[in-house]
Design a protein around this ligand. Structure first.
Ligand code: FAD
Ligand code: SF4
Ligand code: SF4
Length: 399
């Protein structure tokens, strides 16, 4: 006999937007607690239960090999390439590979819907998660909303709609929670397309960052921390403003990043089937990490729209990382002329390709390790994954 009782989680109550989340100040507003899947929060929340090994094995068939330098840094993968769209999508964050994959999957009937994030009608950076059912709705979600975004808040609609094939686009903390609850969504097939993510902020934090760093914060339509060690701001009139990393006002910006993101070790989105970022690719190119066969399938559907090249690596990041640790810790800000000069020198002789990606991972993991150690010492051992401990262990850290 088939039981007509609804699954247990449907009886749980979503939290109201203003109420405190179970992860308290570490909550990254992933959206899970805005749904009845809050039922699973103790296991699913990235900040309450670190479980990379188990979820890597569930998603990719094995956990990462810590003795393989590439896997240690970039996670389980079967391929890695640099790519860009032959015809970039106007207004995308980079060349629009993420939006293209999602559009193609809808057009070819591989999925019925795509979880992605558009912007609110009143704020270009205000996140508004949706389940897109047409390529037009996917394209309306192109470009980063560089703020915490409750992407999983639409998950109840998936189960209620009876949808069987779904693509979810998201950042690491969202995907960790999604992997824990995916078996309860009633799907036949889930595809996960991830982007790397680091240094995210609340909407108020974003305003502070723009006002502290850009000459014209109100006209910024898009920004990125680029591989040339500069922040590139694109303005409404199409002009580009660049600010060297080393010239950022570290004192003012020290508390701008969300506590969740200061405690995050999932920079390269370990649990997605396919990851599309830029950090391991030459300037102007995107970086693609294929984690499993599902990811390969997704990439194959758009391959003819891409030009590609192998990933490369040059330079040695280690000394630069070691020097940057006390500089960040003491909130050292260089005068702009020195910052510009340093930017030019480091761009010429500094780490490139995968070595740049390692530079960025090392700098963020050491900073975040110190943050957790100082602010949540009781969580340190359990919350920091083994791969991050090994990476951080290469450096001498202040107390
Ligand atoms: P597009 O075609 O423009 O599509 C962008 C997609 O991102 C959309 O589908 C949208 O739904 C989704 N999205 C936008 N904002 C969010 C959000 N807040 N949360 C979840 N999903 C979102 N890559 C790196 O290599 N290194 C980094 O340090 C890095 N930091 C990032 C920080 C943030 C906050 C985000 C959102 C992304 C970051 N990325 C980083 C990824 C990178 O900036 C691009 O998003 C990625 O390369 C895809 O570019 P695209 O042109 O293919 O995307
Ligand atoms: Fe809930 Fe997500 Fe916040 Fe964790 S990060 S408390 S799962 S909303
Ligand atoms: Fe989530 Fe980590 Fe990105 Fe913050 S940095 S939004 S915690 S993936």
């Amino acid at each position: 006999m088939i039981s007509s009782n609804p699954p247990k989680h449907q009886k749980s109550k979503a939290l109201k937007p203003s109420s405190r989340r179970p992860a308290k100040e570490l909550c990254s507003e992933c959206g899970l607690c805005d749904t009845y899947y809050i039922h699973y929060v103790k296991d699913a929340c990235a900040f309450l239960n670190q479980q990379f090994d188990r979820l890597e094995t569930q998603s990719h068939g094995r956990s990462r090999n810590l003795d393989d330098d590439r896997e240690l840094y970039f996670g389980v993968h079967q391929d890695m390439i640099a790519a860009r769209k032959v015809q970039p999508i106007e207004g995308a964050q980079w060349t629009g590979i993420v939006s293209t994959i999602a559009c193609e999957m809808l057009k070819q009937g591989k999925v019925e819907g795509v979880v992605c994030v558009q912007n609110s009608p009143t704020d270009r950076f205000g996140p508004q998660p949706v389940i897109a059912r047409t390529p037009e709705e996917v394209l309306a979600a192109r470009v980063n909303k560089p703020t915490l975004s409750p992407n999983l808040s639409v998950l109840e609609q998936v189960e209620q709609s009876g949808m069987k094939r779904l693509l979810v686009i998201g950042v690491g903390c969202q995907i960790q929670a999604l992997r824990e609850v995916e078996k309860n969504l009633g799907l036949e097939k889930l595809y996960v397309l991830g982007t790397p993510c680091v240094d995210n902020v609340t909407r108020a934090g974003l305003q502070k960052f723009l006002e502290t760093t850009s000459k014209s914060p109100e006209t910024v339509v898009h920004y990125e921390f680029m591989q040339d060690f500069r922040v590139h701001f694109k303005h409404e009139d199409g002009s580009i403003e660049t600010v060297p990393f080393f010239g950022l006002n570290t004192k003012k910006l020290k508390d701008v990043f969300a506590p969740s993101c200061m405690s995050c070790f999932d920079y390269t989105n370990a649990l997605a089937d396919l990851v599309v970022g830029y950090m391991g690719a030459p300037f102007g190119w995107q970086w693609i990490v294929v984690r499993n066969e599902t990811g390969q399938e997704m990439l194959d559907w758009v391959m003819e729209q891409l030009e590609t090249q192998p990933v490369a690596s040059s330079g040695d990041r280690r000394q630069a990382v070691q020097q940057s640790i006390p500089a960040y810790d003491n909130a050292v800000t260089l005068p702009m002329w020195a910052a510009k000069l340093m930017g030019v020198v480091i761009e010429k002789i500094g780490p490139k390709g995968l070595e740049y990606a390692r530079f960025s991972i090392d700098s963020h993991f050491t900073r975040n390790y110190l943050y957790v150690k100082r602010n949540h010492p009781e969580k340190l051992d359990r919350h920091v994954p083994e791969f991050a401990k090994k990476i951080v262990g290469q450096y001498k850290l202040p107390d």
